[in-house]
Structures are given as C-alpha cells and as structure tokens.
Write a protein that binds this ligand. Structure first.
Ligand code: F6P
Length: 547
C-alpha cells in the first residue's frame, strides 16, 4: 500500500461522510430547541472534571458512528497496551509509560520502584533546601531555583508552576530559562544572587543545544560572581535519562536525578522533571497532582468510551478534522493561572500527532494533528475572538472554566465565568440578519443605516465548542486535566494509526542549525547552499565582523 486512506481503515467511512454533510444544513440552535435534554445527554463527569460537549455538531447517530470507528481502531485494546507497557512507540521500540509515573499505593513494578526512589530523593532535596540544611557556597540559604530546560523539560513544569500559584509555599522562588537566546538567562541572572541560587538542569537526552549552552552560561556566571569551582555542586542538580552525560558535564553524581527511556519528554512532568513544580508547591501538593492524573488514568482505562472524557475529546477532534474540514483547535482557559496551558498543549498535541506517515511508514492521505492555539480568557475576546465569531474558518474550541476562585474578589470571578459561558453561547446561537435588523430597528436606527450595517453585524453561529468545568483549579483537578489531554492525544494517534510518541520532525532543523552555526563561526559558507541562506549568513557575519 502506497497511501493510507481513512476509508481503508473504517468500513463506515462512506456513512460518516454522508452523515457529516448532513450537519451542513443542521444548526446547533435547532438541536437544542428540539431536545431539552441535550446538555445532560452530552455531558460526562469524572475525576474532578465535567465535560459538556453538547455544543458540538453531533447527535446520537454521530456518536454511534464514532463509537464504531473507535471499535474498529481497537481503542480499548490500545489503552490496555499503553498502560501495560507494550512498545507503543514502535519507531523507537519502547513503551510510553507516563502512567507509571503516577501510580497509586505502594510501588509494585520495577518502573514504579524506580519512580518512588527518585521521588523520595527529590523530596529529600526539597526538604533540605527548604530547611536550610542545603546551602549555597557562602553558607546562604537557597532563595531561588532556576530550571534550565526546553520543550518537555520546560513547558509542563512552567505551566503547572504558574497554574498552581495559589499553592506556592513561598520557601523559594522558581524561575525558568529555555531559549538559546541568551537574553533570557542574562535578564534573569541580573536579578539573582548567585550565592543563594540553585540551578536545575533538566534534559532527558542531556544533549539539547539550548539547555547545554544555558547551563554553561549559568556555570560561568556563578564562577564570575565568586563561587569557587569546588563549591559548584551546591548550585547545580540535573535531571536526565543520560546520567553519565550529566556527570561528564560536571554535575556531581549524587545530584543527578534519573529519568527513563520509557517516559517521553512531553509526558514527563510527573517525574523528577517536575522538580521545579515540587519546589514551588511542596512535595505533598506535587503528589496530589500525580493523584489527580491517576484518577483520570483510571477513568480512561475503565469507563466505556461513550462516557469517557479523553476518548470523547479525541473522537470529537477526529470528527472535526477528518469530516467537518477544520484544521485548528483553540484552547481557551478562563483562568488566568492557566495562561500557559495553550503553549503546553501545543507541544503535547502537535509534537505528538504532527505526523504524515502511519505507524508502519505509509503516507497518510488525511489530516492528522491540528494546529493548537489559544490564550486565557477574557484577553482573547478583545483580539482574535472576532475571527471565531465572524471569520470564514470554523475553529472547534475547548473552553475551560472553574466554578470557584482562589481569590476573594467574587464579583470578578462571576464576570469571568459569565464571559466564558456567554462566548460559548454566542458562538453557538449566532445572530441572523432578521434578528439583527429587528434589534437595530427597536433601537431607533434608520432604515438606511440598517441597510448599510446589518450584514456586518450578523453572527453566523453554529460554531462548536466543549466546556470543561472543574470546581476549583487544584493540584488534583489540574493533574486530571493534563492527563485527559495526554489521553486525548493517544486516542487521536490510535484513530489516525500514527505513532504519537516519536518526534523525528524536529531533527532536520537541529542538524541544519549546527551547519549554519559552523558557517557563521568559520565564515566558510558552502557554495551549494541556496542563495537566500547564503545571503542571510553573510549579512550576519558582516554585521558581527568585530566579534
Ligand atoms: O527537540 C524536541 C525535543 O526533543 C522534545 O521532544 C523534548 O521535550 C525537548 O526537545 C527537550 O529535550 P531534552 O529533555 O532531551 O533536552
């Protein structure tokens, strides 16, 4: 087979296509009018989350057809294989056992025992730093912890640390540095005291350019600011699956926290990669985050697919991208503390499912991973929501909201929630021309102006969205939410028959990056490069002649 079609994978594809087309003439507004019970029918609650998926282009036939797709893809069997550690990452011949990082109760497998030993070691370090037993080179207490890492070694810990701000213990301040652009580490270290700063070097591979360069800069900064070389061990710990490389780099062997090949970088925040989170919120709350994820794991592996939050999230995106012509998805958390969630989900979803060949390497003839984007509400309302409401592109949305806030300013929390609900309602109901004209008329607008302006005020409506609700943003509910998205990604990978756990697509850019860096430092530019690349390198070298 040269090419994989979804019609080859799913025997009901023709039926799905015809059914999907029927939604071109149906409206959600009418679907709600026809069925008072629609919200209850298409809502499911589990593991501290409630998913209301009633504002989607679906009905019972859609669900039946999608359940048949899930059955044909053997999603249930796939979940079993994922959880028991089969080599689901077939191109790298290894499991994707992030679920083993949040086991419940006493450890019972080798993986769980390794995880527990690492968590215990991590807990001990945090306790020593908090208590002042671990101090900097001059005897000062550690006040600031800087995580140096990128991608999965940054986005998850950074997002969760921000999301759980109300749980920060205040014992240390936690910072993050990711970019190879030294402006980031330069600005940060300008405001830090080296004698009371601890760096965490987080890199699964311990070979990532950005992380190694920033770590060297941090090391130089410590030495320049007076830290004796033999005292550097007080200021650097590493988290890596390549313990030897970390030691070779100069990290004290006792200060290296292991990670394992069976954990993907973007799925690793539950491991020692989550150390900055644990430094910020304490080990008890870090464990609650893991327990929240474990609750979602149990739900995903045990609930029937029709009542299964991650499976439904995945099946809905499969429906939209494969059958309703969408190619992006917006993530709109109406929670300021979740402001980094869209960026985190960009890596989780796009690095996992941005693939063009099936698990066995056959080119796919269908769209796989969608472009994920978004920002926290209500900021987006004053920017890109215009396109969501009136643009020509349909964007399925995940709204995420909390019923209760951590702060005492109740009336603003009411407004926040009201805005979230109103956006999902307005996108769904829209406002047709006749209603718009009547409203303008009742406000005394002249007929001439109505003729000129009414069409611009029409909202087509029928724009789909999910609402994911939780009582409050806590370590448990956040853990559950993140795990739900991890499993949504797995669901989609299974339905598309792609490997969600490798990321070969990032390699070529890295390789060419090293070639361009060599051309810049040697000024020897290969003559067979395209003229654009040659000119850009020449311009840079010209501008930096003196350095
Ligand atoms: O370049 C992509 C990537 O490999 C991600 O998958 C990973 O999360 C990130 O780089 C960082 O990798 P590491 O933890 O090995 O430094």
């Amino acid at each position: 087979m040269d090419v994989q079609n979804l019609s080859d994978l799913y025997s009901n594809w023709q039926e799905l296509t015809e059914h999907a087309a029927s939604w071109d003439t149906k409206t959600l507004k009418q679907a709600f009018a026809d069925d008072n019970n629609r919200a209850a029918r298409y809502s499911v609650a589990a593991a501290g989350l409630e998913l209301d998926y009633s504002k989607n282009h679906i009905d019972d036939t859609t669900i039946d057809l999608l359940m048949s797709v899930a059955k044909q893809a053997d999603l249930k069997g796939g979940i079993k294989r994922l959880f028991r550690g089969d080599h689901v990452n077939n191109t790298e011949d290894r499991p994707a056992l992030h679920t083993a990082l949040r086991f419940e109760g006493a450890p019972s497998t080798d993986e769980q025992r390794d995880v527990q030993a690492t968590l215990d070691k991590m807990s001990n370090l945090i306790e020593r730093v908090y208590s002042g037993d671990w101090r900097g080179y001059s005897g000062e207490k550690i006040t600031d912890v800087v995580n140096i890492g990128i991608g999965g070694s940054d986005l998850g810990p950074r997002m969760v640390t921000k999301a759980l701000t109300p749980y920060h213990t205040g014992d240390v301040k936690v910072h993050f540095v990711a970019n190879v652009d030294a402006a980031e580490i330069y600005d940060l270290t300008n405001g830090l005291n080296p004698a009371s700063t601890l760096f965490l070097i987080a890199s699964k591979s311990f070979s990532t350019q950005e992380t190694l360069e920033n770590s060297l800069s941090a090391r130089r900064w410590m030495l320049e600011k007076g830290c004796p070389e033999d005292q550097l061990a007080h200021h650097f710990v590493a988290i890596s699956s390549k313990v030897d490389k970390a030691v070779e780099f100069g990290i004290d062997a006792d200060n290296v926290y292991p990670l394992w090949d069976w954990v993907g970088g973007r799925y690793s925040l539950w491991s020692a990669i989550g150390m900055p989170i644990a430094f910020a919120i304490g080990m008890d709350n870090f464990n609650k985050l893991r327990h929240g994820a474990a609750a979602m794991d149990k739900h995903f592996s045990e609930a029937p697919l029709e009542r299964n939050i991650p499976a439904l999230l995945g099946l809905l995106m499969f429906w939209y991208s494969g059958l309703r012509g969408t190619d992006t998805q917006a993530i709109l958390p109406y929670a300021y503390h979740l402001q980094l969630l869209p960026a985190y989900l960009q890596q989780l979803e796009m690095e996992s499912n941005g693939k063009s060949v099936t698990k066995s390497g056959v080119r796919v003839n269908y769209q796989t991973g969608s472009i994920v984007w978004g920002t926290e509400g209500t900021n987006g309302q004053h920017s890109f929501h215009q396109l969501l409401h009136q643009g020509t592109t349909m964007v399925p949305i995940d709204f995420i909201a909390t019923l209760k806030a951590h702060h005492p300013i109740d009336h603003q929390h009411k407004l926040l929630f009201a805005n979230c609900v109103a956006q999902s309602q307005a996108l769904m109901t829209g406002r047709d021309l006749a209603t718009t004209e009547n409203e303008m008329r009742s406000l005394g607008v002249s007929d001439n102006e109505i003729d000129a302006i009414a069409a611009h005020k029409v909202h087509p409506g029928n724009r789909p969205s999910n609402m994911i609700l939780m009582d409050k943003l806590t370590p448990e509910t956040l853990g559950s939410l993140i795990a739900a998205y991890e499993h949504k990604v797995f669901t989609l990978g299974t339905l598309w028959n792609i490997n969600s756990y490798d990321q070969w697509g990032v390699e070529l850019g890295k390789l060419l990056g090293t070639h361009v860096a060599t051309a810049i430092s040697t000024t020897d530019i290969p003559g067979n490069w395209d003229s654009s690349t040659q000119t850009l390198v020449k311009k840079f070298n010209e501008a930096n002649k003196s350095i």
